[in-house]
Write a protein that binds this ligand. Structure first.
Ligand SMILES: NC(=O)c1ccc[n+]([C@@H]2O[C@H](COP(=O)([O-])OP(=O)(O)OC[C@H]3O[C@@H](n4cnc5c(N)ncnc54)[C@H](O)[C@@H]3O)[C@@H](O)[C@H]2O)c1
Length: 677
């Protein structure tokens, strides 16, 4: 790869997975070479991409123009040699080891020595696929899920010989593609299929044991795991053959507990879908959920015992890849680990095996699993703290703040660490705070808990700001509300071109309480701070740079080098707002001078930003607007500690308004109706 950047990617195999992957890659702006054995297969793959995109146009996800541009980036061909230009190639041919090995031998000859080669195999060891390559260090697994343009999960699989550098670059590419990567060891079924396959099998065994009919098992599973489709309906959609095949492969690696039940093999042989008929008997739900949970808990703990994946990645795999409401370990915590261990012990007894240590230890301690929501990674003296809640867009909650504070203190105190980076996993930086937490505590009138949460958040942000080591916020994707506030506490903000920033608070009845009404002013001045906080206007990376909200905008692949440069430069002196650029002078002056009186103007200045802001202000909560404007004005002349204390002082007042409850509880369901109280 030239300079670590990705320009052209390759995909081999234009079937279900390959064509979907090529579509996704092109949608994210990369050129992709899609190869299949002959022109007919190539044309079929291309047609499948075109059809999926056309469906996207019909559903208004893409415009005609965007679709044409995406298709132009896909070069579908039957000439393997065209892969010579690729920086990374993903193999997605038939699940046949000889075919795959042959493809890898060809890639080995054709591709540049610095190109990364990845296999999307579901059941073979990556090491076996790579066996005949001359440079095994550049081979790894990238296991995507169907439909690969829609399902965000990818298991990044390092085999023993894969170099850390290749794994790191491949991981970075997944984030650039908007995927949610989790890391798995090169072990049969990786993380997700390892527990998903036994879960499907157990559903079939419940049928085989005459515990319930398919309709009841599906309904119970939907309730117990918070999913849209039960196991039988799911198998009908994704293929009974795949379920039987995966079970057979896993049982060869891990024994009879994983084998396909006789009833599944029979159904596969009949080539018929499962009959989903029958009365649903809700009285059987608990027994069904317990059996499904027991085997899931057993297998999830076993895979963690073996070091295949972490408990966090197992949970993310379930939530993102399978769309379960909670992952296995969260489910165990919810049940209580002792009860979870008892259910898994029932499974272990049936299969004459013992409970995995991970579960035994936790049950003996009678403590819930500690789920890390923040990862710390130290490279060359720089500690990166990454919030790891990709499916909640890394929203801040009590546990995130607590873990972030702990890891931040650890990094700040460690003399070997020169700089600290704040980051988010996946497509967003941080999308604000957990709204459900606010709604729940307003309903129970527990305002003290909201104040305590905010105080902890403010303390953390003050600690970040005061840190003697340089702290860099690395913003990729959206930063909303608390996310912008977290970034603003850092000494530098580095954003990728895809980053965007907004304060949506006044539109949901509240105001930014983690320094948003204070630190924004210190970067962009009172006028633009009011414009941003009151109107909730979204600014993209380029505009954020122009007004001084961020310090640098660099392509994703230059993030690391830029962060290094800023850390080497050291902590900057106290920040003063940069002069307002000419492009924003009118809107800044308007908001600075007139405060909330802007709403009363009959003839506001003729400026697009002002017109748009005035329209937005009409839909905001009046009390939130008033308090936010006051806080910005009063805080501007104060030290930041006193400014955030002002924010904290008005918190109970704002959260007890009817409008706050209305705004927060209607979010995502309907537009709020504010009464001004
Ligand atoms: N379908 C899924 O849900 C899913 C999910 C994750 C991973 N996978 C894995 O992805 C891979 C592909 O699965 P799929 O469902 O897309 O299969 P598919 O049968 O739909 O497509 C395979 C494609 O590979 C092509 N092909 C075969 N040999 C080739 C060769 N030597 N060179 C170039 N192209 C060749 C075939 O012509 C076909 O178009 C498999 O390894 C599978 O296990 C599948």
């Amino acid at each position: 790869m030239t300079g670590g950047t990705f320009r052209v990617l390759g995909v081999v195999g234009a079937g279900n997975m390959g064509s979907g992957l090529a579509q996704k890659i092109a949608t994210e702006g990369f050129d992709v070479v899609l190869v299949d054995v002959d022109d007919e297969k190539v044309a079929r793959g291309r047609e499948s991409i075109r059809r999926t995109l056309a469906a996207g146009v019909a559903r208004k996800i893409f415009t005609e123009d965007a679709t044409a541009a995406i298709l132009k980036r896909v070069r579908a061909t039957s000439r393997f040699d065209d892969l010579a230009a690729a920086d990374l190639v993903i193999e997605a041919v038939f699940e046949d080891l000889d075919v795959k090995k042959d493809v890898f031998a060809r890639l080995d000859r054709i591709c540049r020595p610095d190109a990364i080669l990845a296999t999307n195999t579901s059941s073979f060891a990556v090491a076996d696929v790579a066996a005949d390559t001359r440079l095994p260090e550049r081979v790894l697994g990238l296991h995507y899920f169907y439909h690969p343009a829609k399902n965000r999960l990818v298991e990044v699989v390092a085999e023993l010989e894969s170099s850390e550098e290749a794994v790191r670059r491949a991981w970075t590419l997944q984030e650039m593609l908007g995927k949610t990567p989790i890391r798995s060891r090169d072990s049969c079924g990786f993380i997700v299929n390892r527990f998903f396959s036994p879960w499907l099998n157990e559903a079939v065994r419940l049928l085989e044991d005459d515990v319930a009919n398919t309709a009841t098992i599906d309904a119970a599973a939907k309730q117990g795991f918070g999913i849209g489709m039960g196991p039988f309906e799911l198998m009908n959609v994704t293929g009974i053959a795949i379920a039987a095949h995966t079970a057979a492969t896993l049982s060869r690696a891990f024994g009879p507990l994983y084998a396909a039940p006789r009833r599944l093999r029979k159904q596969f042989a009949s080539r018929q879908p499962w009959a989903l008929k029958g009365e649903v008997d809700a009285s059987l739900f608990d027994a069904i959920i317990d059996r499904l949970a027991g085997i899931t808990f057993y297998v999830a703990a076993a895979l963690v015992d073996e070091g295949v994946g972490t408990i966090e990645d197992t949970d993310i795999g379930a939530r993102v890849g399978l769309r379960w409401r909670r992952g296995p370990f969260e489910l165990m915590n919810e049940r209580g680990v002792r009860e979870a261990a008892a259910l898994a012990a029932d499974t272990a007894r049936r299969w004459k095996t013992r409970l995995p240590d991970t579960l035994l230890r936790q049950a003996a301690a009678s403590q819930p699993f500690r789920l890390s929501l923040v990862n710390r990674n130290i490279v060359d003296g720089i500690a990166t703290l990454t919030i790891n809640r990709p499916d909640a867009m890394n929203a801040l909650n009590e546990a995130v703040i607590e873990q972030l504070a702990e890891l931040f203190a650890l990094s700040a105190d460690d003399p070997a660490i020169e700089g600290i980076v704040l980051a988010g996993t996946g497509k967003a930086f941080v999308a604000g705070a957990d709204i459900r937490f606010f709604v729940k505590n307003i309903e129970s009138k527990n305002f003290r808990r909201i104040v305590a949460f905010t105080r902890h958040g403010q303390d953390l942000l003050l600690a970040i700001e005061r840190c003697r080591k340089p702290v860099v916020a690395r913003v990729h994707g959206v930063a909303l509300g608390g996310g912008v506030e977290l970034a603003l506490a850092g000494h530098y903000i580095v954003a990728t071109p895809s980053a965007s920033f907004a304060f949506p608070e006044t539109g949901i009845g509240i105001y930014p309480g983690l320094g948003g009404t204070q630190r924004t002013t210190r970067r962009v001045g009172v006028g633009l701070a009011k414009w941003l906080v009151l109107s909730g206007q979204t600014v993209n990376a380029e505009e954020a740079l122009a007004i001084g909200l961020v310090d640098r905008v660099v392509p994703y692949e230059q993030l690391e080098a830029t962060i290094r440069e800023l850390v080497d430069r050291g902590r900057p002196g106290p920040r003063t707002a940069q002069p307002v650029p000419a492009t924003h002078a009118t809107v800044a002056e308007f908001f600075e001078r007139d405060g909330l009186d802007v709403l009363k103007h009959d003839t506001p200045p003729d400026d697009g930003r002002i017109a748009s802001a005035l329209r937005k202000l009409q839909s905001k909560a009046p009390v939130a607007l008033r308090i936010a404007a006051e806080l910005i004005e009063r805080g501007a002349a104060l030290p930041v500690e006193e400014g955030v204390a002002l924010e904290l002082g008005r918190l109970e007042e704002i959260f007890s308004t009817a409008d706050a409850y209305e705004g927060l509880s209607s979010l995502g369901r309907r537009p709020p109706v504010f009464k001004g109280a």
